[in-house]
Design a protein around this ligand. Structure first.
Ligand code: NAD
Ligand code: SER
Length: 311
């Protein structure tokens, strides 16, 4: 077991709840922190602290008291919720990150993981095979806050020597914890509704192609990035990573292979415009080259595993 003390902020969310369990298999001291109650699994497996990342005094106290050496800062307001409450999204996503960056520098935390997103891209970005370095003119408050966050992370690496690492996650699909208010949440809900009713009413149009990833790939990739030798990590804003791209129609066809009577209809809402501003597929060759990133799950493998695990 490695000796670092790790603090996960936003540990009760879709990613945090699984990342906490994965890190607790590797590290003895993994502190889960969030505003909300943890799952039974997270609570039973180690220390949980109630923490608001906007409260800088409390954050500093936790880091000092537990002699934290690494932070995974996941707390954020996602795209769809952010469009409903831009002020909150800006505050949590920006001020939260600034508090954590300063918290690392002021208290000797050595390493920080902070996730960015495909939402840093916008309508003027090339949508197919979107490169690592390209136009980024996001038009959601979530995307704007994450784009600014990428610049802050790079700044703290360049100017303050903080070992900060990041990936631009695509839409993440999982069964343990519900989606946190993102535009890509349809691709999670569809499996639960398919299991329950053999029917799903989708809030995106049938042809809307988006980059997605199954959670086991995301968790493995995140830990691989954090464990990689420092000299391999040459992008300190955020790396493109990619796995699968599909439309709701293609995902429905994949589900039909397991549930033949499954049907879907389409009732697009405000999230359609957000989805249309994002890439359809992502070029992650830079992450592949620098730290050997490679996904394992394709659409049918993910569908099979999701449907087997949803009770
Ligand atoms: P989530 O909404 O499921 O979880 C976020 C967690 O942060 C929640 O448990 C919430 O209670 C907590 N939180 C919110 N405000 C807080 C505060 N002030 N202090 C402490 N905790 C607070 O989100 P997620 O899907 O797990 O995403 C985690 C990170 O990954 C976010 O930064 C998100 O932008 C990024 N990301 C997620 C996806 C995805 O598809 N899930 C894709 C791209 C990027
Ligand atoms: N899955 C996220 C969202 O839809 C993308 O960052 O908001």
């Amino acid at each position: 077991m490695a000796t670092d003390t790790i603090l996960i902020i936003g540990a009760c969310g879709q990613i945090g709840s699984e990342l906490t369990m994965a890190l607790r298999k590797i590290y003895n001291n993994v502190i889960a922190a969030d505003l909300k109650e943890p799952s039974e699994e997270v609570k039973a497996s180690g220390l949980f602290l109630r923490l608001d990342v906007l409260n800088k005094v409390s954050l500093y106290e936790v880091i000092k008291k537990h002699q934290v050496t690494q932070i995974y800062h996941l707390a954020a307001i996602l795209s769809a919720t952010g469009e409903k409450n831009p002020e909150l999204a800006w505050r949590v996503n920006m001020k939260g990150l600034r508090n954590v960056l300063d918290g690392c520098i002021d208290n000797g935390v050595k390493k920080l993981f902070w996730p960015s997103t495909i939402a840093v891209f916008g309508p003027t970005t090339p949508r197919q095979n979107t490169p690592q370095w390209t136009v980024t003119e996001p038009n959601t408050i979530y995307g704007i806050s994450k784009q600014a966050g990428e610049r802050w992370c790079d700044y703290y690496f360049q100017k303050r020597n903080l070992d900060v690492r990041s990936v631009r996650y695509p839409g993440l699909i999982s069964y343990k914890t519900p989606g946190g208010g993102g535009t890509t949440d349809y691709a999670i809900d569809i499996y639960f509704e398919a299991k329950k009713k053999s029917f799903y009413s989708c809030f995106l149009e049938n042809h809307t192609r988006l980059p997605m990833m199954y959670m086991p790939d995301a968790i493995r990739g995140t830990i691989e990035l954090m464990e990689a030798a420092s000299e391999k990590i040459k992008v300190r804003s955020s790396y493109n990573i990619s796995a699968i791209s599909f439309t709701p129609e293609e995902q429905a066809a994949s589900i039909k292979k397991c549930i033949p009577d499954f049907t879907i209809d389409y009732a697009p809402d405000f999230r359609q415009k957000i989805a249309e501003s994002w890439p359809e597929s992502i070029d992650d060759s830079v992450a592949q080259e620098h730290w050997s990133w490679k996904p394992q799950y394709d659409l049918d493998a993910m569908t099979k595993d999701m449907l087997e695990n949803i009770s």
